[in-house]
Design a protein around this ligand. Structure first.
Ligand SMILES: Cc1ncc(COP(=O)(O)O)c(C=O)c1O
Length: 489
């Protein structure tokens, strides 16, 4: 089995990484600190008092956590950022609770996935920031997170993303990443990103490619950090009669959905729902196509998707998502929601839902409707980013469709929220899960050079997934040793 994150130490290179960290004033947070910021040293908390959330400042590595105070500058740490969506908005009795990703540096939790891929290589010396370029293949937010981490380390980086992604992503990357490569196509053109990686590998440059779609550092970060954040929220909100029923997550790289693996170990009867765009229904029907739910890729099954542990697949119409983004953010849309009884405190926060966040909420609604969940049932989902990254899309829709009117709002509210049905979903049987797993063969073994034995182990070996789940403590020990050598604490 080769899925465990390689923690082999390379001494000479490690020396150089330590020296670079010292020069750049870098202290690396541990998984334990990202889960529980009470463990963060006061010195770091003090340093953060003058630092903006998105600043390229070394101490912001400690803000790679769900616990940031939701402010743009100088924030400390508190509970997990979450929101409970009321029935007046969701049209169902079940409680839908969303974790909020906007309050990570870069405005998306993907900076955590990038950290999860980079840090094990850095603290072992496998990645040498003084000589190697870091390559971040992505549909946008992962390479933004990676470019951010690279900039902190003063190492060169290459961000790869499809040319059709939002203007906000490109504008920000132009300032932060050494090189930005736009690959052909849009959201679901992941194959073109992989092709570019092969081209770079063959170019003879000294590179390290952090491929989130296959990196278990991405899986582990969400299993540990997002999983524990979900558990913490549940502990806070669960009444004596309440039951946690499951979580829904779009699968871009299938990192986020790893938090469901953690939650299922804590709540064994809970379910894991994978969602995707109806216009590209790869999990639902081996389908293909292009879509507008930025960040959730598809046309392949990510290597790190634990399909054997996935209970349901849901496909969401991107038309619902883009129209709801208007309902949630246009003045007439918000006025209409108020008329329908959605509390002002919720309406004013609906910009916390980016496109994939809206899609995740719709997936959670479908899941709840399918299982006829009621008011004592809780479903969790994730808002990876917020509308802060899609302002240009709102402007484009305004230009294309004109003013957003009350009748648009009424139609979208009735059709896409109250009228959300249980179409385009499948409760997975054992054979369905294996079908999804089998699709990995074509991308990963045939095209991307994975071992035949590993795809077999992934399905048949009991401890394939648990082996990586147990690695956080070992990585934390390496992080602590690295920080000791850097000597800034
Ligand atoms: C906006 C957005 N939503 C959802 C996802 C999917 O998350 P994951 O890659 O963890 O499956 C991504 C991934 O980049 C994203 O950027």
């Amino acid at each position: 089995m080769s899925n465990k994150i390689d923690l082999t130490v390379k001494k000479d290179r490690l020396e150089r990484a330590v020296k670079r960290a010292k020069e750049q004033n870098i202290i690396i947070p541990t998984f334990a600190q990202m889960k529980n910021p009470a463990l963060i040293p006061d010195k770091v908390k003090n340093d953060l008092k003058g630092v903006g959330l998105w600043d390229i400042a070394p101490r912001n590595l400690f803000r790679i956590t769900w616990h940031n105070e939701p402010v743009v500058k100088g924030g400390g740490f508190g509970g997990v950022n979450y929101l409970e969506l009321p029935s007046s908005l969701t049209g169902i009795k079940a409680r839908i609770i969303v974790l909020v990703g906007k309050w990570f540096p870069t405005g998306a939790h993907k900076v955590g996935a990038a950290f999860g891929c980079l840090v094990p290589r850095l603290v072992t010396g496998q990645f040498d920031p003084t000589s190697q370029k870091a390559v971040w293949p992505s549909t946008g937010n992962f390479c933004r997170g990676g470019a951010y981490d690279s900039k902190l380390l003063a190492c060169e980086s290459i961000a790869i993303l499809p040319e059709g992604m939002s203007k906000e992503r490109f504008d920000w990357l132009a300032k932060v990443s050494g090189e930005v490569i736009a690959t052909p196509g849009s959201e679901s053109n992941v194959k073109e990103i992989f092709d570019k990686c092969w081209e770079l590998r063959k170019s003879g440059q000294d590179l390290m490619i952090f491929n989130q779609f296959e990196e278990y550092g991405n899986y582990l970060w969400h299993y540990e950090v997002t999983g524990h954040a979900m558990e913490e929220v549940l502990k806070k909100v669960m009444g004596p009669k309440d039951q946690y029923r499951g979580m829904a997550s779009a699968t871009g790289s299938a990192g986020t959905i790893a938090s469901g693996d953690y939650m299922k170990q804590v709540f064994p009867t809970s379910k894991i729902v994978a969602s995707e765009a109806l216009q590209c229904p790869t999990l639902l029907e081996n389908g293909f196509g292009s879509h507008r739910i930025e960040g959730i890729g598809d046309k392949h099954v990510p290597w790190i998707h634990n399909s054997k542990n996935t209970d349901m697949v849901v496909a969401i119409d991107d038309e619902a998502v883009v129209n709801l983004s208007r309902l949630f953010n246009e003045p007439e849309g918000r006025k209409y929601l108020a008329k329908k009884g959605v509390p002002e405190a919720i309406i004013s926060q609906l910009d916390l839902l980016g496109f994939s966040g809206i899609s995740n909420v719709l997936s959670a609604i479908k899941f709840a409707k399918y299982y006829e969940l009621g008011e004592t049932d809780i479903v969790l989902t994730i808002l990876t980013d917020s509308m802060e990254l899609y302002g240009s899309r709102l402007v484009e829709m305004h230009q294309e469709f004109g003013e957003y009117s009350t009748s648009d709002a009424a139609e979208h509210f009735a059709r896409y929220l109250m009228g959300q049905s249980i179409d385009n979903l499948t409760e997975l049987t054992y054979a369905d899960r294996r079908k999804i797993h089998n699709l990995k063969y074509f991308t990963w073994v045939e095209q991307q050079g994975k071992e035949y034995q590993e795809i077999m182990d992934m399905w048949y070996e009991q401890d394939y997934w648990t082996a990586v789940q147990k690695q956080a403590n070992e990585i934390d020990e390496l992080i602590n040793e690295f920080n000791d050598r850097v000597g800034l604490l």
